[in-house]
Write a protein that binds this ligand. Structure first.
Ligand SMILES: [Zn+2]
Length: 749
């Protein structure tokens, strides 16, 4: 099994452009790197699978061939189906692996190609499970997750310890260079041998028997703790609410008020005129930006910043420390001093020092920018004769930033919103996708997924001989709702592969890709902020990574690239939304159809970089903190997470009025899975790459330049992990990445 980043996708954070940068999103935490796909399965068909027929009582185990495009049979799936399906599928997976280990054959096909196909049933069950615990995590599903997390972890450990298997994998790794050189293997086959070997080693295959046992225990315990951590955040987000009336929304634009009213109805508030503020970022940030009520802003901000510790009975700080201790021990078993060292070893950056160096460069420059922004806000206060008790606090920053934006640039973000309906932005992203990569999206309203909000599309392109061909199935789940994780992410129900189990329907090689966002649903049209639009483009970038994947082996396909490359495809896509060519065509007023006026575009461009210092500090402080806390060599019994956070930020000179975008008690990237732990820096790392790649388009004078787009498709979106990422970049750009494009685009130089 490999782990695929599944979820991946998180939107990152930080964003890049724009004003209030959204956040990031994470979401998928858990899964990530979990790979979703487990690999395995080879030609051996175990008895449990032969019974997988179209009439199997458990819809997760039956053949999905009667569903359109072999999608999961969503309407039949219930939480109770997961546990028994996992039991059978995990067993089948181990049998697949055992048959590889016991096979007399020693060739690539019998070992690595079979390894890549192994565990097909488990991959299917897991893909649905992973998507349900993020998008439909009802109380019943949460119980399933609590039960399954350690069992799945145990299973993963077992798959790396099947007797005789690692020896075979090692042999493949030893001969790979010679086989590739002699032409018997393709480059991709060589890469598969290398990556599978590295994965086994990183999962402890070289450890002694006692240590292996300890390693598996650590993984299982981490899985449970990480699940608890994530569920605690979800519970805080579900439970907390602030009931207001329309009169309490002074200063707020109508769409926020409408969204709060809708939230009140959804939560069955019967009081007349009830409006509810929830802890979703798409509601909190606009409220903080526009509410004139400082007392209410403070209340909402404090609750938002304390997610994960709002209820003392489920305080995530304690769980986080336990997680840190276990990770430290995990690293020690690998002979590393810290988890950061272990985690960074298999990345482009390779060491915590290299990641820190980039972050510190950005940190120093962004502090200067943030200080300047605060000075502008203070000047505004002085001029307007306002006096803020205790100065600009974190619940004031967004509010006064908007005031300055309006006063100094005559730009009000709200003027943009009517031009950014969800429909308009969706049309825009599909059009950009078509112009760059030739993809066409055909809506299939007749196909119902796991929730009525989810739109299903066939994604097609033209072949060389002019025929239309199916490339992928795309699921778009855009609205916030109860039991859906906050944030935004991409995931897959099926990953692209050409290495199908013999006899499979060819449709099984076509990826099924999903994008989740969390936009507050409007009562008629849903209007997005510019940042929401950036988030939607971001996730579509991950979506392209899945849909355009063109690899032979699933293990290397799609988003299964090194961590600090994975945000390149997504962040790159963000650039097109602010291109005038795209705005002029798609940013249409949702009521009148009027095109976004030039004047507004001009003002938007002028104001775009204002508050970039704030956004960069919010993100970079998290990324630095992440490496710092995972670089400790001890977490003593009296280790105090809150104090560490406070001391660290003080030492770093955190600008007054800003806090970390995600604080440790709800930092899902750190603690809901291990995949982004000591890895939050990847967004910044990838920003260096995406700004450099986008500059290549700009240099041609046409952001849709055909030749550049084709090389981008081939090297960035289709190659998966078949080639080392630094080599892909060099092939694209003819040189190593340069930091200056990112610094320029963020206005930091
Ligand atoms: Zn992302």
């Amino acid at each position: 099994m490999h782990l695929r980043n599944v979820a991946l996708a998180l939107r990152s954070l930080t964003a890049i452009h724009s004003s209030n940068k959204p956040a990031i999103a994470f979401a998928f935490h858990p899964k990530q790197h979990q790979h979703r796909r487990m690999t395995l399965h080879s030609t051996a068909v175990e008895p449990s699978l032969t019974s997988a027929t179209s009439t199997h009582a458990n819809p997760l185990l039956r053949s999905w061939s009667t569903e359109p495009f072999h999608l999961p049979p969503f309407k039949s799936i219930e939480p109770r189906h997961f546990e028994p399906a996992f039991e059978i599928a995990m067993d089948a997976h181990l049998k697949d692996l055992e048959s590889i280990a016991n096979s007399k054959q020693e060739d690539f096909e019998s070992i690595l190609a079979a390894y890549d196909r192994a565990g097909a049933t488990l991959s299917k069950v897991y893909s649905v499970y992973g998507n349900y615990v993020s998008s439909l995590n009802t109380p019943e599903m949460q119980l399933v997750q609590t039960k399954m997390a350690p069992l799945l972890s145990r299973h993963t450990s077992k798959t790396y310890n099947v007797p005789g298997l690692f020896e075979k994998i090692s042999k493949m790794n030893e001969v790979r260079d010679d086989m590739v050189k002699s032409g018997e293997w393709t480059e991709e086959m060589g890469r598969l041998a290398e990556r599978v070997y590295i994965k086994f080693v990183r999962m402890g295959a070289l450890l002694g028997e006692e240590e292996k046992k300890e390693y598996a225990d650590i993984q299982a315990e981490l899985a449970t703790l990480q699940t608890n951590f994530m569920q605690n955040v979800l519970k805080d987000e579900e439970e907390w609410e602030l009931i207001l009336t329309a009169a309490d929304f002074e200063g707020c634009p109508p769409d926020i008020i409408a969204a709060a009213r809708k939230a009140a109805i959804d939560r069955n508030k019967t009081q007349e005129d009830a409006h509810v503020i929830t802890l979703g970022r798409s509601m909190v940030e606009p409220f903080l930006s526009y509410s004139t009520r400082r007392d209410l802003r403070q209340k909402v901000f404090e609750a938002f910043a304390k997610r994960g510790e709002l209820n003392p009975e489920r305080d995530n700080k304690k769980i986080a420390i336990e997680i840190l201790r276990l990770r430290k021990r995990q690293a020690e078993l690998h002979g590393k001093k810290t988890f950061a060292e272990y985690q960074l070893e298999d990345t482009m950056a390779q060491t915590p020092e290299a990641a820190n160096k980039l972050l510190m460069d950005v940190w120093t420059k962004s502090k200067v920018a943030a200080d300047k922004e605060r000075e502008m806000m203070e000047a505004f206060l002085k001029e307007s004769g306002e006096c803020l008790e205790s100065g600009i606090q974190p619940w004031d920053w967004r509010f006064y930033a908007e005031k300055v934006r309006l006063a100094n640039f005559n730009f009000d973000e709200n003027e943009m919103k009517p031009y950014f309906s969800l429909d308009a932005v969706t049309d825009a992203v599909f059009d950009v996708s078509n112009k760059l990569y030739g993809l066409k999206y055909v809506k299939r309203p007749d196909i119902v997924a796991y929730h009525p909000d989810v739109n299903v599309y066939e994604v097609r392109h033209d072949t060389a001989d002019g025929e239309e061909e199916l490339v992928a199935i795309f699921l778009h789940d855009n609205y916030a709702r109860p039991y859906k994780s906050s944030g935004a992410w991409m995931s897959e129900y099926r990953t692209q592969t050409k290495n199908l189990i013999p006899g499979s329907d060819p449709i099984e090689s076509i990826p099924i890709v999903s994008n989740n966002n969390n936009f507050a649903k409007g009562s008629d049209d849903t209007l997005l902020s510019f940042d929401d639009g950036v988030t939607l483009f971001h996730e579509m970038g991950h979506g392209h990574h899945g849909m355009l994947s063109d690899c032979t082996y699933e293990y290397l396909a799609s988003t299964s690239v090194l961590k600090d490359f994975v945000e390149l495809p997504s962040q790159l896509m963000e650039h097109w939304l602010s291109e005038p060519e795209v705005l002029k065509k798609h940013a249409k007023h949702h009521k009148t159809g009027e095109i976004l006026p030039d004047e507004l575009i001009k003002k938007f461009k002028a104001a775009e970089l204002f508050n970039e210092g704030f956004a960069t500090i919010e993100y970079t402080s998290c990324a630095l903190f992440d490496i710092a806390i995972h670089s400790l060599t001890e977490y003593s019994d009296d280790f105090d997470m809150a104090k560490f956070e406070e001391d660290y930020l003080k030492e770093m000179g955190m600008p007054q009025g800003i806090i970390m975008r995600h604080r440790p008690p709800h930092f899902l990237h750190f603690f809901a899975s291990s995949s982004y732990a000591a890895g939050y820096y990847v967004y910044m790392w990838a920003q260096v790459l995406d700004n450099d790649v986008f500059a290549a388009f700009k240099e041609t004078g046409d952001v849709f330049d055909k030749d550049t787009a084709e090389r981008c498709r081939k090297l960035i979106y289709s190659a998966g992990n078949t080639v080392a990422p630094q080599d892909l970049f060099r092939q694209f750009r003819g040189r190593d990445p340069e930091v200056k494009f990112m610094l320029e685009n963020r206005g930091l130089i």
